[in-house]
Design a protein around this ligand. Structure first.
Ligand code: ADP
Ligand code: MG
Length: 697
């Protein structure tokens, strides 16, 4: 077992060494040596001096050089956490925030949640003693809603800034303002009293804020210019040559090509772990199963290949597994999303398999349609991916496309703010008192059309008044809930429709990627099992019954079993019912968290029991902006955008094709598909969203 699993016990063990685990001490030594060997270690003193000298600093460095794990520790040691102050580190991805925090806690030899902790949506491990706080960029943004001066932080590090997620972009702008406001507050105060400190939120002392922007892209210019010529530092990385190989012809099925390549490497190449870039949980889990399956066909002595996964929805206790070295004689094959591009570094990788694709958001403001599509990576992403093979020695990268395709890729990925629905961030900016969205100092301005569309959507959802001000109390409540405005709105409405319990489950279930799984060898069985849950009224109802049945099952066995066994029972139930247990676990955690939020807001969680009519009416009232009506030819027309869409075959309504539906997701593959839908009565739209749908005379 690795240290990660033993972290809770570490404080006990350090007083009384356990003679049976001498590894503990060699482990500490290993960690110390590893830390010393990182490229960033040799520049600790210099970095601290620069932070002391500059209020804004840009740090760029090769992935794996130690920026994320080490710099916060350097700052702690240099006294930046005195007087209860914190160093905050924002990450674009929740799973990066979580795994890195765990690693740093381990390096500091403290239990997670004490000196080192993480806060991500639906999961907060920090305590009053936390000094190094890893969090998502979205989480930090929300903190600004409660504490506009972010007064608990002495330093804020915006990590992975090159990713340019929409939250990072908003944060970059907001922190500029916070830094100005804090300096102003300090100056005013010192001119009054000569004191230099001011009480901020909850009477905390206010001091100037240090801002550090970290990026793996070697071009620091954009950030430096944005911050008025801020100083940029380069941390030299360690990079061995990587031999990049391409396929001769384009691959029609990149998943299959990835599988073939994995086994080719396993059979023909020298030792070293493999990292495979895929697009999402579904794909990763299916490759995981296929690898297991094919291994069975290999001669016994060739079966030493160990598939491991890392993706956003992976339950917390499984996340650290990818970091543990493979048992002697085994080769690890890590199946990852683009999280492994720059956000986390997995030791031991010598081979990279790059499918050349990534799941990305795209948005068409004219149609108001956001979708999650599988698209080619940019050149920059491809380079980052291949770089992962050369961290510890010379490596190989297998790009599953021909070389001429590489030349056609975009240089870098377009910032997300230019390709997403803005209603979420605009609602947050509005509740921060920033009203002039068009005039806000973004590093890259979103298009005028996208802003107008988002304002309109927020108005239709009841979050903004006609003149664009925050509507009270609905808009405020919506801003406080950490989710897309549509879902916040759905919860508020459900409270009125007396089906809040059901909507909490719905939102939690929609938050996970795949609820069912269907193993190839048991297709029929899986289908029959799924039919048992499937509702012809809607996928939302289907998810509801999966969740409820599992609940009832666990409830019944509650007395006979300890808490520890619940997990096992749950996994068994899920397996028997062809339900994805990782996803269900994630959904159950999410449910608990959202329930906490709405209860804090004073809502009483009531249930409509089996009155699914009321629940469906509530879905219609909530998701009226995404309604679609069947056409003569059996396709659907999205009422808001006029777009022609198709029901995804995975939906329980694929065959019945009801006249009118509301849906949550649009995705483009060969066609434009809608997913997660429920049948509604078209008349409800006019009744429940009269401000948007008029009855035809
Ligand atoms: P950067 O932020 O510059 O990309 P990191 O600070 O994330 O670098 O990682 C520094 C080094 O720490 C990496 O080379 C990696 O090998 C190691 N590392 C990071 N997380 C873990 C972990 N959970 N387990 C083992 N090693 C880790
Ligand atoms: Mg990093």
């Amino acid at each position: 077992p690795s240290m990660a699993q033993g972290e809770a016990k570490s404080s006990v063990l350090s007083n009384k060494p356990n003679p049976k685990s001498p590894s503990r001490f060699s482990m500490r030594q290993k960690i110390t040596e590893h830390r010393k060997s990182l490229p960033i270690a040799s520049v600790e003193k210099r970095l601290i001096e620069e932070v002391q000298k500059n209020d804004i600093l840009i740090i760029v460095g090769e992935t794996g050089s130690g920026k994320t794990t080490q710099l916060p520790q350097f700052l702690f040691n240099a006294g930046f956490c005195r007087e209860g102050k914190m160093v905050g580190i924002s990450q674009p991805r929740r799973i990066a925030a979580m795994t890195v925090a765990k690693r740093v806690a381990e390096e500091c030899d403290v239990p997670l949640g004490q000196k080192v902790g993480y806060s991500v949506r639906f999961d907060d491990t920090t305590s009053s003693s936390t000094r190094l706080k890893y969090m998502t960029d979205g989480f930090l943004l929300r903190e600004a809603l409660v504490d506009p001066l972010l007064s608990r932080y002495s330093v804020i590090i915006v990590d992975e800034a090159h990713e340019r997620t929409v939250h990072t972009d908003v944060l970059l702008a907001l922190l500029k303002k916070v830094q100005r406001d804090r300096s102003k507050a300090v100056n005013e105060r010192s001119s009054e009293t000569g004191g230099g400190v001011l009480r901020g939120c909850q009477g905390r002392k206010v001091s100037p804020l240090k801002l550090i922007i970290m990026s793996a892209s070697l071009d620091a210019r954009v950030f430096s210019e944005y911050y008025g010529g801020a100083k940029a530092l380069h941390v030299q990385g360690r990079q061995f040559p990587v031999n990049v190989l391409y396929t001769v012809h384009p691959e029609t099925d990149y998943v299959d090509a990835a599988l073939v390549t994995i086994f080719q490497i396993h059979m023909e190449e020298k030792e070293g772990d493999i990292l495979v870039f895929l697009t999402g949980q579904d794909e990763i889990e299916s490759v995981e199963r296929l690898v297991q399956e094919r291994l069975q066909h290999l001669p016994e002595d060739k079966r030493m290949l160990l598939p491991m996964t890392i993706f956003a929805g992976l339950p917390s206790e499984q996340q650290m597994r990818v970091f543990a070295p493979a048992p002697i004689g085994f080769r690890k094959v890590v199946l990852a999303t683009n999280i492994a591009e720059t956000s986390i570094t997995i030791p031991g990788i010598r081979y990279v398999v790059d499918t050349g694709v990534v799941k990305a958001r795209t948005y068409d403001p004219n149609k108001g349609m956001e979708s999650l599509d599988v698209v080619p990576t940019s050149k920059a992403q491809a380079l980052q991916r291949s770089g992962r093979a050369g961290r510890e020695g010379p490596g190989k990268c297998f790009r599953l496309y021909p070389e001429r395709e590489f030349e056609k890729l975009e240089d870098s990925t377009k910032p997300e703010i230019k390709r997403c629905n803005l209603s979420n961030v605009i609602l947050q900016l509005k509740s921060l008192g920033i009203d002039d969205i068009g005039g806000f100092d973004f590093i890259d301005k979103p298009s005028r059309g996208a802003i107008v569309k988002a304002l309109e959507e927020l108005r239709l959802l009841g979050a903004l008044t006609d003149d664009g001000k925050l509507e009270k109390p609905v808009g405020e409540q919506m801003a406080r809930l950490p989710m897309d405005p549509v879902y916040s709105r759905a919860l508020i409405l459900a409270n009125q429709f007396n089906c809040l319990e059901e909507m909490l489950i719905t939102v939690a279930m929609l938050n996970v990627e795949s609820i069912f799984y269907d193993p190839r060898e048991k297709r029929e069985e899986a289908r029959t099992s799924r039919n048992h849950f499937t509702s012809v009224e809607g996928d939302h109802l289907t998810y509801l019954s999966v969740y409820r049945e599992l609940n009832e099952f666990l409830e019944k066995r509650k007395e006979e079993n300890s808490e520890a066994k619940v997990d096992k029972i749950m996994r068994k139930w899920c397996k028997d019912n062809f339900v994805n247990s990782r996803s269900l676990k994630h959904a159950r955690d999410t449910y608990r968290q959202i329930r906490g939020y709405v209860e804090q807001m004073g809502f009483n969680v009531s249930s409509c029991g089996n009155d699914m009519l009321e629940y469906r009416r509530c879905l219609a009232a909530s998701f009226f902006l995404k309604a679609a009506q069947r056409q003569m030819d059996g396709t659907y027309r999205a009422l808001e955008s006029g777009e022609i869409v198709h029901i995804h075959p995975i939906s329980g309504l694929f065959r019945s094709k009801p006249e009118c539906v509301v849906f949550n997701e649009l995705m483009q593959t060969t066609k434009k598909y809608i997913k997660n839908l429920t049948r509604i009565d078209p008349l409800w739209l006019a009744e429940l969203a009269p401000h948007h749908y008029k009855t035809e005379e």
